[in-house]
Design a protein around this ligand. Structure first.
Ligand SMILES: O=P(O)(O)OC[C@H]1O[C@](O)(CO)[C@@H](O)[C@@H]1O
Length: 549
């Protein structure tokens, strides 16, 4: 039965009629305990849902909706290692990667932990050698620059975490991430590097991704040219790979000891906890990386054991569903007030939109409702000076997640308090707005003449009622970052279950790849453009006239 036919969905639809006319001002005025009732803290991570347009009954119904989607059983199935990624017949076991107990996972009969621990030990040994200056390049120099070559899940997660935890980076390695096919990404970086002290990590689960392989081949050529006669010896001293396609890595020229394995039960966008996180281990050390894993594991435990009504990922997921499917929000903004979380919005874009950006359900039938909204975002306070105008007065419903850490790891005097003041002010302004009466009395108090007040007044009113969740970390430590990221992962999982989606495949990325493969020879003039659509044919003509392929 489609989820939209469930009793909870029907009741929520009726509830929408009532709540869509209520203002957050009224909801707060009616209930002085709203913050206490609608916030939750787990291990120091605080989530405040009180500025969401919900009330107690709505929340009860949302939890009932999660139950009618059989969330408890689906959660058990994921943690039991069942092949819930049905279109690819794969288990989904990224929680195994942060399982730090000495017990099997998922079961004693099918325990992946020996392999996982082996790769962790390999990561520890390797990262200690590189960080300690013991891993030497072809000319005997220690490594100073590390370049991760990967894209999508093999780039966004480690890049985001390395940036987020930059204040924990002590070994002095310079970390770089190259993802784009555009040579404007790799070329200037190579110009700035010394091949004798550069280490490349080629991260690709499949080891076939066009962007990654092209960048890897170009980097290999660059190294070999610099190493000259020592090229064959230099390759394994300057390249390692993270992949599940061991044979392909061998063909690339790397020996088994340079290969960090991953498994088909880890999806790319869920893989930063695997050896894809090698740049993180190199940047902050393996012990720091394991603190990240520990935080994620704490969130796994909470997700598995907390009652649904007090379960952070479940609450976040269901409130998101309320905003999308009942209040009609088409987008969702991620607004981290922390410079170090600069790449979090892009990471979450892949996590959410590649997982749940779908219209077909697990059963192959069209979904009976919309699934993932469009996720976008920017760090604060920069966003305030770019698009917040629209959030405040643009008339669109845009739910947002405000994220910050109370403690700054870069304590320049006088910065953190104003940052946090802006962080708190924006969610309050979006929620409560400014009424016409308030705007009028402010203008009067400022001595603005009456005719000018009439002219200005419409511009000075803020409708408010924009819902937001505030996520507050005590500090952006590896542990709390791990918690935060696992929170979003499980939120996505819960939403996928309710919408009836397989959140772990991504067929939608294939068509463009296929077409690019067909167009490449046409662009290079090796085949004609007959049979292509007129727009593409004409564009190829232009590209060939001006391009330097
Ligand atoms: O790690 P790989 O196999 O190079 O894939 C990179 C990315 O490409 C995708 O398959 C999408 O094109 C992502 O799901 C994945 O994270």
């Amino acid at each position: 039965m489609p989820i939209t036919h469930s009793a909870a969905w029907q009741e929520l639809t009726a509830r929408r009629e009532e709540l869509s006319t209520r203002h957050l001002r009224e909801l707060f005025a009616e209930d002085p305990d709203r913050f206490a009732r609608l916030s939750l803290s787990v291990d120091g991570l605080l989530a405040d849902f009180s500025k969401q347009r919900i009330d107690g009954r709505t929340l009860e119904l949302l939890i009932e909706l999660a139950r009618s989607a059989d969330i408890v059983r689906w959660r058990e199935r994921m943690f039991a290692g069942e092949p819930i990624n049905t279109s690819e017949n794969r288990a989904v076991m990224h929680p195994a990667l942060r399982h730090l107990k000495l017990t099997p996972f998922p079961t004693a009969d099918h325990d992946v932990m020996p392999e996982v621990r082996e790769v962790r030990a390999q990561m520890r040994a390797f990262s200690e050698r590189v960080r300690g200056g013991l891993w030497r390049g072809f000319s005997g120099e220690a490594i100073r620059d590390v370049v991760n070559i990967g894209i999508g899940g093999s780039d966004l997660g480690p890049k985001m975490v390395v940036r987020a935890l930059s204040s924990y980076q002590r070994a002095g390695l310079r970390m770089h991430f190259v993802s784009n096919l555009d040579s404007a990404h790799l070329a200037p970086l190579l110009d700035s590097l010394d091949p004798r002290s550069t280490l490349f990590i080629v991260a690709s689960k499949t080891f076939t991704t066009q962007e990654t392989m092209l960048n890897a081949f170009t980097a290999r050529q660059w190294l070999c040219a610099a190493a000259g006669e020592q090229a064959a010896r230099a390759l394994p001293l300057h390249f390692v790979a993270v992949s599940s396609a061991v044979d392909k890595v061998r063909e690339f020229g790397l020996p088994p000891e340079n290969i960090f394995r991953m498994w088909d039960w880890v999806g790319g966008r869920y893989s930063l906890w695997s050896a894809v996180g090698l740049p993180i281990a190199l940047a902050i050390g393996m012990t720091g990386f394991e603190r990240l894993l520990a935080g994620a594991q704490a969130m796994d435990n909470h997700f598995c054991h907390a009652p649904l009504e007090r379960n952070l990922p479940v609450l976040m997921a269901m409130i998101g569903i309320w905003n999308t499917n009942f209040l009609g929000a088409e987008t969702c903004a991620v607004l981290p007030y922390n410079e170090a979380l600069r790449f979090l919005p892009s990471f979450l874009q892949q996590l959410e939109m590649e997982s749940n950006g779908k219209t077909v359900g697990r059963d192959g039938l069209p979904l009976s409702c919309h699934a993932n909204p469009i996720v976008w975002g920017e760090i604060g306070s920069n966003g305030q000076h770019a698009f917040f105008q629209l959030l405040h007065q643009g008339g669109w419903l845009v739910p947002s997640d405000f994220i910050a850490s109370a403690h700054s790891d870069y304590p320049l005097p006088g910065h953190q308090a104003p940052l946090m003041a802006n962080f708190l002010a924006q969610s309050a302004a979006l929620a409560f707005g400014k009424t016409e009466a308030e705007a009028r009395s402010e203008l009067q108090a400022a001595g603005v003449p009456a005719d000018k007040i009439t002219e200005l007044l419409p511009n000075k009113v803020f409708a408010g009622n924009q819902p937001s969740t505030t996520l507050l970390l005590p500090r952006l430590s590896p542990y709390h970052l791990g918690m935060l990221l696992a929170l979003y992962e499980h939120k996505v999982f819960v939403q996928g279950v309710v919408w009836g989606i397989n959140s772990f495949d991504q067929w939608g990325v294939e068509l463009g790849k296929q077409l690019a493969g067909r167009l490449l020879p046409a662009l290079c003039g090796e085949v004609g453009t007959e049979g292509l659509d007129p727009s593409t044919r004409a564009l190829i003509g232009w590209c060939r006239e001006y391009g330097n392929f």
